[in-house]
Structure formats: structure tokens, C-alpha cells
Design a protein around this ligand. Structure first.
Ligand code: ADP
Ligand code: MG
Length: 740
């Protein structure tokens, strides 16, 4: 609680602010940098040169200066920067701030982790300050972020750097309850940080929501917000904003498409791409590794990677929520010896925020979708970014790896490419992404597929998860735009299914006849006798697992051979390697072998969802720790034949039930008048479902009973019936001492 300030004090302060603003305006005006020039080409001011007013009508040059305190900024902003220990500017800040402070539109491109946030937060604060923006003036600036987590992070930066200012600010993101409370207050807020869906919700639903006076519009991760995923939202938002405004666009991978920019009606924008001349499009301190890993060995590889990097903070990207869920759940049960977490767009917002901040604080492995690919600046540095699935394009790759090696710290990344995706290497080269090509050290691989098979048997709930992970991965490949790289027909689907621990390859309806499943291999395998040697290997792995919980000494890079820098021969080399990498996971035969222990004639029992395999679970339990009992091959073949029949039958029934359920769901949905807004789910490969939702969304926008878009003004509160402190937090005064 603040003590009320005396009237005299307030008056004094007002006068000194007015004087300061006059000075700032003249300084900015008289020393403005030429349009079209890059201030970086100017030398820094000499040491001890006067700053600000030099004599009656002269001011110091502020273009090209090295430090924040040499810029025409208010004392409040300078104090905020000082508190945050921001002294010298990064390249993008040096290049863009002199233009932005003059009120020009900016298209700013600079590598990940290079300080773009301050390059737009500072001009926003300064513009509103110089305009003497107050509570009654309403919305003065809107900052749009593609994801909720990034919006939250921008909000934190705004709160910190702007803490000496008097503006009120609000974080408007999906997934919050209490949207009504938010609606009541949104008109009083000066700076809105939002995701596109939630902003549009307010534009459409909040009575008297007024942004007709808005001064500065910011799109962070601009190319993402301008791409097709947000097209409808963004067009609707833009149509409601005043034409006279300053627009600031920032990203590490900037759009130059005239069409995209025309939608924003920019006025002679300054295109500032500070790292265009740089030899690499990624941070210099980032070491990037690419390895060819066959699809059915990916999980072995990521498991081994985690097991050999137990002291690291690791971000693991997968291509869909369902893969994230499965890998996270399954690996968690195997206790790798480092905490595991997961983050994806289908989680409740509170959980998402909690996971995000936990990962910021602690060493752990975070399995995530592209929801975490952009903008996030994890507090304590991420050591490794592991891309298990190939990103959709180079831009997406750059953003994912950009979660490490931020500002002046180093970082490492590894990308697993399928042999069929090897052409990515050419694209990296063309985009100036310097990757090192490494071979995995196969002797250090710790196969996990066999363990997954026994897990699936032991925990029946995991089985449908594995199936969904399988389907969504294939679907994500099927839906990829770049058909040169992604070809679902080239994937070894049976082997992949087995590598997830699944006893049978699930049906892939969306592909119809596209993939001819290699049914032969299944037949062969079921009839093949098992090798006792391999079984022993499995037992050894199991025993090892039991002691795995201890925090092993981590040996950096121990999975990876010394790097060869990418050169002309790499593509050929890579495909060679792709072929010669020996099968390192316990083969499919091995996994199926778990079923060998099952008493003959045991029926596979399905629950209402068509999922459960309880008898398998029983078998896994009774057999754990025992030596293998080999059944004779004929019995085994017979057993598998029955199992296949059962599964087929169950599959048929499932389909019927599923169809019925979907029909009912559709009818229900039609009756609903509101629709879900899940802006950041678009970044995840659930396209079929999302496309569905989008179509419906054309009619109506929001769904009050979902967990997606009912809001709360502040990330600190989540409930109605707020206390005084909470209300204060809700209003989110950056500094309200002047008004209180
Ligand atoms: P980008 O948006 O370009 O990816 P961020 O704005 O998230 O990068 O900044 C990356 C990190 O660098 C953040 O931790 C931020 O606090 C820090 N940073 C930004 N500018 C400066 C600066 N001028 N001096 C010191 N640290 C900075
Ligand atoms: Mg950023």
C-alpha cells in the first residue's frame, strides 16, 4: 500500500514531467536519423560526450549510440532499465530504437535471443509517456504474441522495465476463467499484451471496447502472426484498429511478403535486419548437430540422449500433443533419473503456466510441441534443444533452436532427421544455418522400445496413447506442406509402431491406400523363434533400469561423435549413414517376445474405449524378473494368429462405436452457439481437428465451457471474489503511486 502523495508533490512532479517531455520531443525531432539508414553504421558517441541538451537549441546525437542512457528516453524508463541491469544495447536495439522513437513503422529482424523485446517495449512506453497517456485515455498500445507463454513473458518484461511508469497493463490470453471480470476492466487498460484470439474476443464481445485511440501496435514473432494460422483473426483485429498508428513488427525470421505487409498498411517501414550480413542465421554461440536416425530408432535415441545428459536442461520438440503426452508418460514410468515435464496446447492454462515457470527454474527435460518454439526466454539457460521430429521448415527450426544460446550464452542443439528427410541439409545451407553432421555412437545407445512394450502391457492406459502418438505423427507428416522432404509413404510404419511398444500396427484411416503396410513382416515375426541371447539383453536392460534413478555423472556429447562440419558431400554422406546405422533398438521381434510369455488362449480384453489389454498387463507382472520360457514356434504362431483376429474384431467394433460417438459429438457441437478459440493449437499438428474447429469458428468464436478462452486479467489471479490485493494486482498498475 502506498502513502498518498501531497498535492504539492504531485504538482511539482507534473511540471517536471512536462519539462522532460518537451525536452525529449525536441531532442527526438532535431536529431532524427535519416529514413532508410541503419544507425548501426554510425560510430558510437565519444566517451564523456554531453548527452541530451548540449546548448539552447542543440542536442546530442542519439542514432548509433551504444548505451541506453544516451537515448532520448524518460527518466522512468531509464530507471527501469537500470534496475534490470540493462546498460549497453544489442545490435537490433541500436538499429531500431532511434527510428522507433521517431514514430516510424519498423520491420525488425534479428537472430533469436538478441534482445528484440526491449526494442519494442521501450518505444511503447515512451510514446505513451510523451503523449501523457492516462487511465481515461484507454488502450494506447496493443502487443500481440502468437502464444500465451510468450505473451506472459512479454508482460513480465513490460512490468519490469515499465515499473516506474503509471500505465495500467493487462495480459489477455486464452485459457482463463473470469472473462467477465476482464471485460469490466479492459477499457481502463493502457497497454494490452494479448494472443490474437483473446483480443478478438474482447473486440467482439466487450461492450464499449474502444481502441480507436490506439497509438502503437506491436506484432512479436510477426511472421507467425501474419501466416495463415492467424489470418482470419488478424484481419478482423486490424479492421478495428485506427489507421493512424505506429506499427512495429519483430521476428528472427521476418516476412518480406508485400501481401502480408499490405494487410498492415505500414507507412514507409524501416527494414532493419541486423544480422543479414552475418555468416549464420542462428546465434554464433549455438552448436548445432544433425544426426540421421531411422524412425523406429528415434525413441531409443532420445531416451539414450536423456540418460547420458542427466545434468542438463533439455527441451525436446515433438510434432504433436499426442506424441508429447505418450513419450512423457512412458518415459516418466521408466525413471530416467532427471525430472520430466511436458507442455502442449491441450493443457489447462494454469498447468501450462506452472510447467513453464518450473522449467525456467529447474534442471529437467521438457517435452513440448511448437507451442514452446517461439520467443520464450527460459530463465536459467536451456543446455540442449533436441528436435526428435523434423520441423516443418527452416524458420521453424531456427525458432526451436533459438530457445538456447540466448543473449551472450552458449547452447547446443541436435536434430534427428529420417533418411528420407535428408534434403533438409540443403535447405539449412541455403538459409545459412551451420549444422555439424554427427554419427550416433551406437555402443552408447540404450534401447527403450522393448521396455515400452512391457510398459504398454503393464499399464493398459498407455496403449491408446501410443496408438494416438503413432497416428498423429503419421498425420503430421502427411499434412506437411513440403512434399519434397516429407513423404509418409517412405516411412517404415510397422517398425515405427513396434518401436512405440505397440503389439500391432494401428489402422491409419486417413491414409487409406496410400501406405501399403508390410503385412508380411508381421507374419514372419510372429512365426520366428526367439533368440535367447536377445532375451538376456532385455533382462540386462531391465535390471539396469532398476538402478537408474540415481543421478549419473553426465558426459556431455557422449552419444555423439566428433562433429564434421557440413560440406558439399554431406547429403551423400548422410544418406549413406542413414543406411549403415545398425539396428540399435531391440528389434520388433524382441518386443513381440513379451507376448511369448502369455498363456495360450488368453483373450485380449478391450474396455469401452476399445483400449485396455489387461491380460497383457497380468502377464507382464507375473513374468517380470523371470527368465524367458520359450514356447514352441507353432504354438506361438497360433497364438499370434488368434491375437490378430481378436484385435481385428475389436477394431471393427471400435470403429462403429467411434463413428457413433463422433456423430453424437457433431450434433452436440452444432447445438452450441459458441466456439473454442485455441489460437496456439494451430502451431501443432492436429490440423484435421483444428481445421474443423476453424471452420466452425467462422460462425461463432468462443466457447465458454471449454478451458480455452475465458479470461482473467492477470496471470497472478484466477478466481472471482477477489481480495483488495488481488484487485490491485488485477488492475496491474505498472506504478500507480501517482494516481492513488
Ligand atoms: P529475442 O526476442 O531477440 O529472441 P529477447 O528479447 O527475449 O530476445 O532477449 C533475450 C535475452 O537477452 C533476455 O534474457 C533479455 O533479458 C536479454 N537482453 C536483451 N537486451 C539486453 C541488453 N541490452 N543487455 C543485456 N541483456 C539483454
Ligand atoms: Mg522475442
Amino acid at each position: 500500500m502506498r502513502r498518498p502523495k501531497s498535492k504539492d508533490f504531485k504538482k511539482q512532479q507534473r511540471i517536471s514531467e512536462e519539462t522532460e517531455i518537451e525536452l525529449l520531443k525536441s531532442w527526438i525531432q532535431t536529431q532524427q536519423v535519416d529514413s532508410g539508414s541503419n544507425p548501426m553504421s554510425l560510430p558510437p558517441l565519444p566517451k564523456n560526450a554531453p548527452i541530451g541538451r548540449v546548448d539552447e537549441n542543440t542536442f546530442s546525437r542519439y542514432a548509433g549510440v551504444a548505451n541506453f542512457n544516451q537515448l532520448p528516453l524518460s527518466k522512468k524508463t531509464k530507471d527501469g532499465l537500470k534496475d534490470g541491469k540493462f546498460v549497453s544495447m544489442t545490435d537490433i536495439q541500436r538499429a531500431s530504437l532511434p527510428h522507433a522513437l521517431c514514430g516510424r513503422d519498423i520491420l525488425g529482424a534479428a537472430k533469436t535471443g538478441s534482445g528484440k523485446t526491449l526494442a519494442f517495449i521501450i518505444p511503447v512506453l515512451e510514446k505513451l509517456y510523451r503523449e501523457r497517456w492516462g487511465p481515461e485515455d484507454g488502450v494506447g498500445s496493443i502487443i500481440i504474441s502468437p502464444t500465451r507463454e510468450l505473451a506472459g513473458q512479454l508482460f513480465d518484461v513490460l512490468k519490469s522495465v515499465g515499473k516506474h511508469h503509471n500505465f495500467s497493463a493487462g495480459l489477455l490470453i486464452g485459457g482463463r476463467k473470469d472473462v467477465d471480470m476482464e471485460k469490466e476492466r479492459v477499457n481502463e487498460l493502457n497497454i494490452l499484451i494479448c494472443t490474437p484470439g483473446r483480443l478478438l474476443q474482447h473486440m467482439d464481445e466487450t461492450p464499449n471496447f474502444d481502441c480507436s485511440q490506439m497509438q502503437v501496435l506491436v506484432l512479436d514473432e510477426a511472421d507467425r502472426i501474419l501466416d495463415s494460422g492467424f489470418k482470419r483473426e488478424l484481419n478482423a483485429i486490424i479492421s478495428q484498429l485506427p489507421k493512424r498508428r505506429q506499427t512495429l513488427l519483430f521476428s528472427a525470421t521476418q516476412t518480406k511478403s508485400v501481401q502480408d505487409l499490405a494487410r498492415l498498411s505500414l507507412k514507409d517501414p524501416e527494414y532493419l535486419s541486423v544480422h543479414e550480413e552475418s555468416v549464420s542465421a542462428t546465434p554464433t554461440l549455438l552448436k548445432q548437430i544433425v544426426m540421421v536416425v531411422p524412425l523406429d530408432q528415434k525413441l531409443d535415441m532420445v531416451w539414450s540422449f536423456i540418460k547420458t545428459h542427466l545434468q542438463s536442461k533439455i527441451l525436446v520438440f515433438l510434432s504433436s500433443c499426442k506424441q508429447v503426452k505418450f513419450v512423457y508418460e512412458a518415459f516418466k514410468k521408466l525413471h530416467p533419473g532427471i525430472p520430466l515435464k511436458c507442455l502442449h496446447g491441450r493443457m489447462k492454462q494454469e498447468r501450462r503456466m506452472a510447467i513453464y515457470s518450473e522449467f525456467c527454474e529447474k534442471r529437467s527435460v521438457l517435452f513440448c510441441t511448437d507451442v514452446a518454439a517461439r520467443g520464450l526466454d527460459f530463465n536459467k539457460a536451456v543446455d540442449w534443444v533436441v528436435q526428435v521430429d523434423c520441423p516443418e521448415n527452416v524458420a521453424s527450426y531456427i525458432h526451436r533452436v533459438g530457445r538456447t544460446a540466448r543473449y551472450k550464452s552458449g547452447g547446443k542443439s541436435v536434430l534427428f532427421l529420417l533418411p528420407s528427410e535428408i534434403q533438409m541439409l540443403e535447405k539449412f545451407k541455403a538459409a545459412k544455418v551451420p549444422v555439424h553432421f554427427n554419427k550416433p555412437r551406437k555402443e552408447l545407445l540404450q534401447p527403450v522400445s522393448a521396455l515400452l512394450a512391457s510398459l504398454l502391457a503393464k499399464y493398459p492406459d498407455l496403449q491408446p496413447r501410443a496408438q494416438r502418438a503413432f497416428i498423429t505423427y503419421l498425420r503430421s507428416i502427411h499434412l506437411q506442406k513440403d512434399k519434397e522432404i516429407f513423404d509418409v509413404t517412405k516411412l517404415p510404419i510397422d517398425e515405427y509402431s513396434a518401436s512405440l511398444g505397440l503389439p500391432m500396427t494401428p489402422k491409419i484411416r486417413f491414409l487409406n491406400q496410400k501406405i501399403k503396410s508390410k503385412a508380411v513382416s508381421k507374419e514372419q515375426i510372429s512365426a520366428e523363434p526367439e533368440s535367447p541371447k536377445k532375451e538376456n539383453a532385455l533382462m540386462v536392460t531391465k535390471k539396469k533400469l532398476a538402478t537408474d534413478d540415481s543421478d549419473d555423472e553426465e558426459e556431455e556429447n557422449d552419444l555423439l561423435l566428433a562433429a564434421d562440419t557440413l560440406n558439399e558431400d554431406d547429403e551423400a554422406k548422410a544418406s549413406e549413414i542413414g543406411e549403415v546405422i545398425p539396428a540399435t533398438r531391440v528389434s520388433k521381434k524382441k518386443k513381440l517376445k513379451i507376448n511369448v510369455h502369455r498363456p495360450l488362449g488368453t483373450r485380449v480384453v478391450f474396455d469401452d474405449e476399445g483400449n485396455t489389454l489387461a491380460p497383457l498387463a497380468r502377464i507382464a507382472d507375473t513374468q517380470s524378473g523371470k527368465e524367458s520360457m520359450l514356447l514352441d514356434p507353432e504354438q506361438k504362431a497360433e497364438y499370434y494368429r488368434r491375437m490378430r483376429e481378436d484385435l481385428k474384431k475389436a477394431d471393427k467394433e471400435d470403429k462403429l462405436v467411434d463413428r457413433q460417438r463422433r456423430r453424437e459429438k457433431r450434433i452436440k457441437q452444432k447445438m452450441k452457439l459458441k466456439e473454442v478459440d485455441e489460437e496456439d493449437d494451430m502451431s501443432e499438428s492436429e490440423e484435421e481437428e483444428t481445421a474443423d474447429r476453424r471452420n466452425k469458428r467462422k460462425k461463432v468464436y468462443f466457447d465458454s465451457d471449454s478451458d480455452s478462452d475465458d479470461g482473467d486479467l492477470n496471470e497472478d489471479t484466477g478466481k472471482a471474489g477477489v481480495t483488495l490485493e488481488e484487485q490491485e494486482a488485477l488492475a496491474l498498475k505498472l506504478l500507480d503511486s501517482m494516481q492513488s
